[in-house]
Design a protein around this ligand. Structure first.
Ligand SMILES: [Zn+2]
Length: 324
């Protein structure tokens, strides 16, 4: 059944692709609307259409926060790069202090991205804008919002949009770089919803957008012929020593350096976790996890670690191979 949408929040409509044509890289002709000039260049799409390698299936026109967005659904053939040998593998630990830490199986740190903290940087500015809006006549039952409220509310919304755009762009840049340059990307299967229940960290975890990072990796990976491997969430990547394999019982968040009492290794906490993640697959891969056909469930090497016994824990299953 159709669902009702409220007016003014985020409105959109979809047109069939048959009536849509790109005039050039900056102009699109929409059915019944006419020719529209776009702010951003559609050069790549235009070239694909020119060469006959793509076909527009539909176009969605959306208005949000005063900006119009065109979104094309395109059918096109794409050449997926052949798997490279030797395979380039990276393990990525996502965190809050350092957003992404990447390691290769030989233990080298190849990626360290500081957390841009997009929300925190604009928090004060946002609070001020919201305070101004709160003192003006906003929408209330039986009362129309004042023009002054509308303008101050628009300012608030713009700050929200700026934060969201900065964050999204940052994640897009990182995930594109990773899927282009690595054949196998090993990440932790994080329980983001569970972690958000920790109120003191919820704001920072939301701002870090770990879920969006994983979502983008997963959809981009097939386009570049790479694979995303999720290590199951009960693997103690942070608490395990990447040198000797000893597992710590506890490692509080504020301790940024991992120090192993068994072998004396001292290493950055996030790098240690990233190394554990990347090695976890290389073990699994050499034990035959890559042969997806058939022997699911028996190929994962048995790990000697003490985790909570959970009857429903899917620890005997192969890791989720995305895009394989
Ligand atoms: Zn150790």
């Amino acid at each position: 059944m159709p669902t009702f949408k409220s007016k003014g929040k985020s409105e959109s409509f979809t047109l069939a692709g048959g009536s849509t044509r790109l005039v050039d890289s900056h102009h699109v002709r929409l059915g019944r609307v006419g020719e529209v000039k776009t702010y951003e260049s559609m050069r790549k799409l235009y070239r694909h259409l020119e060469r006959g390698g793509a076909r527009i299936m539909s176009v969605n026109i959306a208005e949000r926060r005063g900006k119009y967005t065109l979104s094309f659904t395109v059918e096109m053939s794409r050449v997926i790069p052949a798997p490279r040998a030797p395979e380039r593998v990276i393990g990525i630990d996502v965190g809050l202090t350092t957003l992404y830490t990447g390691a290769t199986p030989d233990g080298a740190q190849v990626l360290s991205v500081a957390n841009p903290r997009s929300y925190q940087r604009s928090e004060a500015r946002l609070a001020r804008a919201q305070r101004v809006a709160s003192r003006r006549q906003g929408p209330a039952p039986g009362k129309a919002p004042s023009n002054r409220w509308k303008s101050s509310n628009a300012r608030t919304q713009k700050i929200h949009a700026d934060i969201a755009n900065a964050r999204k762009n940052f994640i897009h840049e990182t995930t594109t770089m990773l899927t282009e340059n690595y054949d196998r990307i090993v990440i932790e299967d994080l329980n983001v919803v569970g972690m958000l229940k920790n109120h003191s960290l919820a704001k920072h975890i939301s701002d870090a957008s770990w879920g969006e990072f994983v979502r983008q990796l997963e959809y981009k990976a097939p386009c570049y012929g790479s694979t995303v491997v999720k290590v199951d969430r009960f693997f103690a990547s942070t608490k395990t020593c990447s040198s000797c394999g000893a597992v710590k019982a506890k490692l509080p968040l504020e301790i940024r350096t991992y120090h192993c009492e068994t072998c004396g290794l001292t290493i950055d906490r996030d790098l240690n976790a990233a190394i554990n993640l990347v090695r976890w697959t290389s073990q699994a891969a050499s034990a035959g996890t890559r042969s997806v056909a058939g022997r699911r469930g028996e190929v994962r090497p048995r790990r000697t670690r003490a985790v909570k016994a959970r009857p429903d824990e899917a620890s005997t299953e192969t890791p989720a191979l995305v895009g394989a």
